[in-house]
Design a protein around this ligand. Sequence first.
Ligand SMILES: Nc1ncnc2c1ncn2[C@@H]1O[C@H](COP(=O)(O)OP(=O)(O)O)[C@@H](O)[C@H]1O
Ligand SMILES: [Mg+2]
Length: 382
Amino acid sequence: MASVTLKDLTKEFKEVVAVNKLNLEIKDKEFLVLVGPSGCGKTTALRMIAGLEEATSGEILIGDRLVNDVSPKDRDIAMVFQNYALYPHMSVYDNMSFGLRLKRVPSGSPWPFNTRRAFSKQEIDRRVNEAAKLLGLENLLQRKPKQLSGGQRQRVALGRAIVREPKVFLMDEPLSNLDAKLRVQTRAELIKLHRRLGITTIYVTHDQVEAMTMGDRIAVMNHGVMQQCDTPLNLYNRPANMFVAGFIGSPAMNFIPVKVGQSGDSIIIDSGSFKVTLPENKAECVRSYIGKECIFGIRPEDIYDRNLEGLVKPTPGNTIKVGVDVVEPLGNDVEMYLTAGTFNLIAMIDSKTQARSGETIEVVLDMEKSHLFDKETEKALY
Ligand SMILES: Nc1ncnc2c1ncn2[C@@H]1O[C@H](COP(=O)(O)OP(=O)(O)O)[C@@H](O)[C@H]1O
Ligand SMILES: [Mg+2]
């Protein structure tokens, strides 16, 4: 088992900075998710850790060992790719054991006998059978890949990585070729597997739901730069900037340009179309912004129908008038497209709501859960 430490890890492809000074400490046994939109540098970061791509600058440590110059096969890492290629003519058993059968170590004898097989037949058998049991593949070991379902094939690809008993797993969007239902199921299996094996894992995905459900911690990247690394709940509740705030959560957080004002001791957030009051505990961080423009953020699930018993008590400082554009029932909640003056808002409202499209209603904003961002730096003020 091992920790992985990245220090100012950077990769430049000519003028493209794919990964820009990435600093991360992945603890022993941790499941860290690297998430971000396509092209933000996730695969490049993973390939550098695996040794498949040379870092332009910075350091990679596995445990205490600097591995920048260590070859991929000596890094004690196993990588699972999005496009796992199984050998079509080989059985599941042979696909899983292939790497082990091929691996050779120095024997101490002169050439051509200077290497020997790294693993005995018994050892290979033990590892494949153990992995097969873990993955529910025991009865499929003699099948060929074409006789398997997509999910089973994906498990064989995982099995191939598991039999190597690596110190670190690197997974690059390993579920993206599966259909939605199977993806959810395999996601749960992977988490269970990680609990059982306790192998340090770095898991790459562009899917924020996958990130939120799987990660002990999540590192959010954009344009090669890490934006924030924290637990799923902290990312959701305390996003460091507008990018993270908008990326984590679905439907995404509403952003509205506002002006910060003052009324007595209270801080007023004024969009031009509506005014709300900041709770006292947030006022201090915002005081220096009085008179300035900011971006106000509120998540759809933190907006309540005034006419329903909600978690938040309506006050003049948190209640606004909105027009109802579209109402989309989703079961427990309805997704509502609202207009507040010139602004559009999305709200997730309890399905007991009587509001219909075309009406004007009052909604209550949970100001305790609101966010305010600096307009220039896009950094969160609280
Ligand atoms: N071999 C390469 N040569 C040139 N540019 C590359 C190469 N690999 C990746 N890039 C660029 O680096 C950036 C990050 O790519 P990548 O790490 O694949 O992103 P992600 O996995 O997050 O989608 C992209 O702009 C991509 O075009
Ligand atoms: Mg990628």
